[in-house]
Design a protein around this ligand. Structure first.
Ligand SMILES: *[C@@H]1O[C@H](CO)[C@@H](O)[C@H](O)[C@H]1NC(C)=O
Length: 214
């Protein structure tokens, strides 16, 4: 009996700690980009000056410009565009893909992602951590949904004939974005070319060339 109560107490404590990190403690904290004090996000605007527009954004229908080497464009909708998102623990993106366009392998260190295809055919995949490093891959069509689990490396590629469009949501207002190749080739100052070359089993001169081009 006592041990059951102890267990219940520990569970309740864990639960409340987990909740404390995600449940807001006020109705809203509409972001004030010029505010001075903030705890975990933007400072709150004076509630008296908050308007419906603070919770609204128009333009999700506008395609991103995919004229770039990866042939894809991620457009973010977070507390910078929608101040009312501040402290709400979520955000979203629209991703446009030209034919053959892809979104290179990356992770969001602070969120899991739910990804939905609006147009086209998109191959998606993620890889689990060690020791398995298992690759989960699937081809999605219009109306299909896929989950990228918390913090795992994932990618998307347009494998259809035309353009493709997806929207995705994150359970964090600031999911973060860590590109795998960008981290290796574009960091300032750069990660030693010997480390990158040996990690990826590449020629060191080849890595040096790529890092110099960034
Ligand atoms: C798209 O981006 C390219 C490359 O930066 C640029 O040349 C082009 O003008 C842009 N197109 C539009 C419609 O903004």
């Amino acid at each position: 009996m006592a041990s059951n109560m102890l267990l219940a107490g520990v569970l309740a404590l864990c639960f409340s700690v987990a909740l404390a990190s995600i449940v807001p403690v006020q109705d809203f904290c509409v972001g004030d980009p010029n505010g001075q004090a903030s705890a975990n996000g933007l400072a709150c605007k004076d509630p008296k000056s908050v308007t419906p527009d603070d919770f609204s954004f128009s333009g999700l229908d506008k395609p991103g410009n995919t004229s770039n080497p990866s042939g894809s464009k991620v457009t973010s909708f977070n507390a910078n565009q929608i101040p009312g998102l501040n402290s709400q623990g979520l955000s979203m993106v629209r991703v446009d893909y030209a034919p053959y366009g892809f979104n290179p392998p990356h992770t969001h260190p602070r969120a899991s992602e739910i990804f939905a295809v609006l147009e086209g055919t998109i191959e998606v995949g993620f890889v689990s951590g060690v020791p398995e490093l298992r690759h989960f891959k699937k081809v999605l069509n219009k109306g299909d949904i896929f989950i990228f689990p918390f913090g795992l490396i994932h990618y998307q590629k347009n494998v259809g004939k035309g353009n493709a469009v997806a929207i995705a949501a994150f359970n964090n207002q600031s999911p973060g974005m860590i590109p795998l190749a960008g981290t290796m080739y574009q960091s300032q100052p750069d990660i030693g070319d010997d480390i990158v070359a040996r990690s990826f089993q590449l020629d060191q001169g080849f890595v040096k060339n790529i890092q110099a081009k960034q």
